[in-house]
Design a protein around this ligand. Structure first.
Ligand code: ACM
Ligand code: ZN
Length: 517
């Protein structure tokens, strides 16, 4: 009997749709086998104690679907039949796993907790279509027999949320973390400061959270679009994300995109007077006002901010911004011009590189690698290959940086801007993004292109359901491009799995995706 016929028959008999080919992102290797594993309350899991947190998270999701959890036992205390066994897997790389489903038992092998976590997510994605039902009394979940061997293509599989143009609630951030983890994404970059609001509590600079996080009153902006994250909110988010193997990377913009900070500390701008905080579409898209780099107090400001940021975020990276820095005010400012002369800079623009180099020292001495937008690459004199370039621009700049030994994360406007409409960037376009831009890999690309990341800017779509709409299903295509090897880039194949996820998992996760594609 062919596999297809077998699955069809079982489906008719049990009224469950078996979904051997439903996993997103697509695993590296998959072989269907004959037979069915019946997952039920009689199933037990055997696992080493240090992998227990992964199993508890699996159980929580299973309970949501079926109403029951599985018994958990020590790995040595193996029972006969209908068990899930989690073991060390010699030779399996970081984050990788093997998952074998037979009618008798399920065996998972991995060498780290991430591998176990990802194997259990793949197992969840093999569950039949009952995952989206509201019933909580499903006694048997049928899982088709299969062999999977899997590991990620990139170690950086990211999403950025712009928390400045619109404040994004901690509960929505956590919801996003949960959904990202389900698609094996592992980096959440929070854009915490910009012209439209400073969103992070810095205890030594209290005006940032009494003034800089609110729009000017006369704009009458909704309350929920404004506000800040208390340090405790951040600790909660970081801890929640760590359980889901997601790293939170903070971005503190410098020296531009800083109007909100300058509203509270006007003496740090070149003009020196108070500048109102306006909603994105109520003022210039890019304000000319930025930190006065000729003022020593600007350096002290970042030193104080970064000291607290470093304590709040355990990530080995800090993003320092550096994009879109108009030099107009610096041209007109005596203090800034004095610095240009003192350091014999070729032009005023160089002040941007100089400033970022100085403030990055605060991060580097705490062993954090600075990240910056690709504009810093135009100021090469001030950076070195310890810096990571986040490329939102052209492929050429990014590939030039790679060739000079920089680590690069690809987040181009052309494919990965999730604030763009589906007419501008549809799911297929995201799916087809090639981070190597057609270049042959001679080893350099593999070692220096760390991965890919989608960017969501919150100036247009500002409510949680609208953000859902912008992120899904594009995030699934991003996840596949970030994780899956390029052996099988077949949009139709992706599409059939995507349809299954829209129908069942996006519903399960209460995502308002609205049918867009
Ligand atoms: C950017 O869109 N300015 C990174
Ligand atoms: Zn100045």
């Amino acid at each position: 009997m062919t596999k297809g016929l077998y699955v069809l028959l079982i489906s008719i008999i049990t009224n469950q749709t078996l979904v051997a080919q439903s996993i997103i992102p697509l695993p590296e290797k998959m072989n269907n086998r004959n037979g069915i594993f019946d997952l039920s309350i009689a199933t037990s899991i055997h696992v080493r104690k240090d992998m227990l947190p992964e199993v508890l998270q699996f159980n929580e999701q299973l309970k949501n679907i079926s109403g029951y959890e599985l018994r958990v036992n020590d790995e040595d205390n193996e029972e006969k039949g209908n068990t899930i066994i989690i073991k060390q897997g010699p030779g399996i790389t970081e984050e990788g796993y093997q998952l074998e489903v037979t009618p008798e038992k399920i065996t998972i092998q991995a060498n780290d907790d991430k591998g176990v976590f990802y194997a259990l997510i793949s197992l969840l994605q093999l569950l039949p279509n009952e995952v989206s039902s509201k019933r909580k009394d499903i006694s048997i979940l049928k899982i088709p027999a299969i062999d999977i061997s899997d590991h990620p293509r990139f170690k950086w599989r990211g999403l950025m949320l712009d928390c400045s143009r619109t404040f994004i609630s901690p509960s929505y951030i956590k919801e996003t973390i949960r959904r990202m983890a389900f698609y094996k994404l592992n980096i959440l970059h929070l854009h915490l400061t910009d012209d439209q609001g400073w969103r992070l509590e810095i205890k030594s600079l209290p005006e940032l959270t009494s003034r800089s996080c609110y729009f000017d009153r006369h704009f009458n902006e909704p309350k929920e679009f404004q506000g800040y994250y208390a340090q405790q909110d951040i600790r909660d988010i970081v801890e929640y994300a760590a359980q889901k193997h997601i790293q939170i990377i903070p971005e503190i913009e410098s020296p531009g995109h800083s109007l909100a900070a300058l509203n509270a500390y006007p003496e740090l701008s070149c003009v020196g007077h108070v500048l109102p905080i306006y909603p994105f579409f109520s003022g210039p898209e890019i304000t000319q006002d930025l930190f006065c780099v000729g003022n020593p107090a600007s350096y002290a400001f970042y030193k104080n901010v970064l000291a607290e940021v470093i304590r709040m975020f355990p990530s080995p990276y800090i993003h320092l911004g550096g994009d879109e820095v108009p030099p107009t005010r610096w041209e007109e400012c005596a203090k800034c011009q004095r610095l240009v002369k003192q350091n014999a800079l070729a032009d005023t623009r160089e002040l941007g590189g100089y400033f970022m180099q100085q403030i990055a020292l605060n991060a580097i001495k705490s062993n954090k690698r600075p990240i910056a937008w690709n504009e810093v690459f135009e100021q090469k004199k001030y950076i070195n290959t310890n810096w990571i370039i986040m490329n939102w621009g052209s492929s050429k700049a990014a590939l030039d940086a790679v060739k000079e030994g920089y680590d690069v994360v690809m987040a181009p406007t052309s494919h990965l801007y999730f604030d763009y409409t589906y007419e501008q960037i549809n799911t297929k376009k995201v799916f087809e993004f090639d981070p190597y831009y057609g270049e042959k890999d001679d080893g350099l690309l593999k070692s220096h292109i760390l991965g890919i990341q989608a960017l969501f800017w919150s100036h247009i779509d500002r409510t949680e359901s609208r953000i859902d709409y912008q992120l899904y299903p594009r995030l699934l295509a991003l996840a596949e491009r970030a994780w899956s090897s390029t052996n099988d880039i077949n949009y139709n194949n992706f599409k059939s799995r995507e349809e299954y996820h829209k129908e069942h998992w996006l519903k399960n996760m209460q995502i308002a995706f609205n049918g867009n594609d």
